[in-house]
Design a protein around this ligand. Sequence first.
Ligand code: FRU
Length: 483
Amino acid sequence: VTKPETYRPQYHFSPKAHWMNDPNGMVYWKGTYHLFFQYYPDGTTWGPMHWGHATSKDMVRWQEQPIALYPDSLGWIFSGSAVVDVNNTSGFGKDGQTPMVAIFTHHNSKMEKQKSDKFQYQSLAYSLDEGKTWTKYAGNPVLPNPGIVDFRDPKVRWNEQAKKWIMTLATKDRITFYSSPNLKNWTKESEFGHDLGAHGGVWECPDLFPLDYNGKKAWVLLVSINPGGPNGGSATQYFVGDFNGKTFTPYSKATKWMDYGTDNYAGVTFANTGNRTILMGWMSNWQYANVVPTDPWRSANTVPRTLGLREVNKELFLTSVPVKELDILKGETVPMKNLTVKGEYDLTPKTKNETGLFKLDLTTQNATDFSIVLANEQGNELVIGYDKAANTYYIDRSRSGKVDFEKGFGKRHTAPRLAVDGKISLSLLIDVASVELFADNGLPVMTDIFFPDKPMSKLSIKSTTGISISSLTYTKMASAVQG
Ligand code: FRU
């Protein structure tokens, strides 16, 4: 008899069993999206890292594949990226086969124990069969450690201006950019950030990519930090600026957060997706990832999100919205128009939700206090709302079910509202044990996990001041879990 997997996400990727953290090497190639991930196949807590692997035709329905990269004599396989080397700059391609090249950190635990400060360095592996099997490069490491304790998580992308590969690397309290013509020989170009941004923890898992806005182009630099997030634990900050092929120059000194929830970490973008920029993050937090009450696996990813830029008060901000591919899971809808709620409006008789999987989209006519409450017969409540006085969105999971496995888990999280119009629009994705809030078309965003004692079958809207909702659409979501 198999145990019921109480908290198994149904439309977020999670490994069938064992431990997962950061998404790695995400790349689109020949009709397939590849997701690699930090994986420990011998336990449900963090351990010697491998690269797990999953593939999908649509980023929604994932098939887990055999482990792609195993630890070797140079170390465990930490985070990194993958590219499609279409011009065979690396020379790994043979007989016209285009190589997929993974650029990752080797973490040498023996050297770490010997108190060396050079135990992390960058290495390569390549695949000539579209990601099925991988060969480590005999010349590893390709970027030895210059004496920096935290020297990891290479994100590599072809740069048209420099006509070279650019590696964005987390180097303790800053980002270091390197360039290479062939992925094998790397030259340091510049450093960024030791005197800018949030520094409550070590810098990890960066990404650098261009985005268009109003016919112009700006570069976004993502930097995950642990700890030091706006609502505790690990989180991802970003900078918007210019990158000239060598140096990154931010447009402003403001610290900005990609997601104000506590459960979107180490997110980076897919390579090779043309003019779409798509991110997935690890839907957990180092503060409690190792003790969350799931079994026989730990951790899931966020849904894939399309990134964009929006200007507010002369500042550029990153927006994230769910990819349109998720629409394939849409089921029955309950559409409502012109609803005024003062006190409580119980949607449960209309939604009759037993699965805990749904999407809720609503637009209000006024920006005033209201909340959306998910609940169950056990008295668990997850509250998502807007607080007018503070001008913040919030998710309160303090009474959402199992919270005491870690002292900081059962908290209320907030995100500043940036939009200045009188309307509020919200889109919520609920999948058994996670909530993703996309407010005002993706700015701000909050992602939180939670562990109710029973599925959250009740749904209501509350407002003491009274709220006019011009439209509300509740949509059942189907499961994307593959057999
Ligand atoms: C981020 C991180 C990375 C590292 C990996 C190890 O979550 O700490 O910096 O490469 O996880 O699993």
